[in-house]
Design a protein around this ligand. Sequence first.
Ligand code: NAD
Length: 269
Amino acid sequence: MDPNRLNGKNILITGAARGMGSANAEAFAAQGANVCLGDLDLDEAQKVADQINAAGNGKAIAVKMDVTKREDNASAVAATVEAFGSINVAVFNAGLNKPRFFMDIDEDNWDMIMNVNTKAMWLGMQEVAKQMIAQGPMEDHPYKLINVGSIASRKPLVDVTVYCTSKYGCLALTECGALGLAEHNITVNGYAPGVVVTPLWEQLDKDLVEIGFKERAGQAYDDIVENNLVIKRVSYPKDVVGTASFLCSDDSDYMTGQMISIDGGWVTK
Ligand SMILES: NC(=O)c1ccc[n+]([C@@H]2O[C@H](COP(=O)([O-])OP(=O)(O)OC[C@H]3O[C@@H](n4cnc5c(N)ncnc54)[C@H](O)[C@@H]3O)[C@@H](O)[C@H]2O)c1
């Protein structure tokens, strides 16, 4: 990792207390970025921030935020600006899943997933863009919004209809956001993981047994590797940080409206 690649980048990342969010925050800071870690779980986010500060390259702060609340998005942006002077990149990573077969979906399941994965992404994009517009355009590089999608942004999956709906929405927010924010010199891109071993997937694995979609723990991983993946293994947060770092870096300046798949080839099958 080039310790200077993300020098000068002040990055807000949501859902950064664990999983891919914390791995990204650590990787961005190791490349020189200052990072604000937003999460519902302040204690865990603070631990990650402390580790980043102890490592001694980019600096980190942690803020408690519920991404579904506009005021929390606004205060996370304000905290980033107060700590680092400005914000020039944001990664909308917070997300969750709760599988249901189509006829078992109820309003609670719908609202919970759509609010966190999609509505909150829109809210966050608006609040961050508001600040970027107020700062005025940067001289040499665009501001960057980065949306975390999923294989479920592009493939219908029978056990997670609402998650697919929410993540197709993330793709739409990426493409429409790129059009809508271009005049402010803000690009919008994203990445779409497949199966990443994180607390989210560990819970999903249990839930899939509970709803009767799988018979045993770990079967979902095995079935996906066998039937869906071109690269025959599941992935880990370390498989994602390189692409996420690229999207934060100046190397992606001429891209907008793109969602890069990091899914072991699943999207091609
Ligand atoms: N794990 C996978 O296989 C996978 C695959 C494709 C896409 N994704 C997406 O990647 C992103 C990160 O997933 P992960 O697997 O690292 O998840 P994770 O569950 O390990 O971490 C998610 C983090 O988001 C936080 N969060 C949840 N709701 C929040 C809210 N309302 N406000 C603030 N923070 C909140 C949680 O506290 C947690 O720290 C999500 O958007 C997820 O949908 C995950």
